[in-house]
Design a protein around this ligand. Structure first.
Ligand SMILES: N[C@@H](CCC(=O)N[C@@H](CS)C(=O)NCC(=O)O)C(=O)O
Length: 200
């Protein structure tokens, strides 16, 4: 059994989208989290060690960190063909974009949106927004999806950023078209309908 610990309109929303793409049999455990506006609170029901979302439990095993969850799930459902397997063409690009998101895009975007200023050490480690935008534009000018010709779970991660806050991705028509293309996925509409707890 798969259980997603989920808080609406958060980083776990993209895992909901992924589970729908995979046509997985899963249940949602809605949990509360502290929100930036001061509402919400840590939820004792949440098994995440930091009480964050997403958290996934599979037959008693806990998986945290969005990218670990993405890889765990696409490896678990290879028939959905949205995560190239070991030995498949495109596996390298898939791993690269997932790791680039967690290791570079998250820090660069957080730094920018929290207005933390420039530091030479940050540029050395992560580069910056200009380089990040170029990587994304180079990829999307080459092909319709971030890793190539086919939609993968890496698109769920990257497109979700732009669906949530458009300014997180480069201001460019190629990206607008990409967000529209990904936004039309039927699985996303199903996930969006589940993105809030059922009314009591
Ligand atoms: N690196 C983590 C980040 C998870 C995260 O920060 N989630 C936010 C929601 S968008 C959260 O749970 N915040 C609650 C808190 O900080 O206590 C991942 O990608 O899974």
């Amino acid at each position: 059994m798969l259980t997603l610990y989920h808080a609406p309109q958060s980083r776990s929303s993209r895992i909901l989208w992924l589970l729908e793409e995979l046509q997985a049999d899963y249940e949602i455990a809605y949990v509360d989290i502290p929100r930036a506006d001061g509402s919400g609170a840590a939820d004792s029901k949440n098994p995440h060690p930091d009480k964050k979302v997403p958290a996934l439990v599979h037959d008693g095993e806990l998986i945290t960190e969005s990218i670990a969850i993405v890889l765990y799930l696409t490896d678990m459902f290879p028939e959905a063909s949205i995560g190239p397997k070991v030995g498949d063409p495109g596996r390298g690009a898939y791993l690269t974009w997932l790791a680039y998101y967690a290791g570079v895009m998250e820090p660069v975007l957080n730094h920018q949106f929290l207005d933390l200023g420039d530091h030479e050490g940050l540029a050395r480690t992560f580069r910056g927004r200009r380089e990040m935008d170029k990587r994304i534009l180079d990829a999307l000018n080459r092909s319709p999806y971030i890793t190539g010709e086919n939609f993968t779970a890496a698109d769920i991660i990257i497109a979700s950023l732009g669906h949530f806050i458009r300014e997180m991705l480069p201001a460019n028509g190629v990206v607008d078209a990409y967000l529209e293309r990904c936004g039309k996925r039927p699985a996303l509409a199903i996930a969006n309908a589940k993105d809030s707890p059922p009314s009591p």
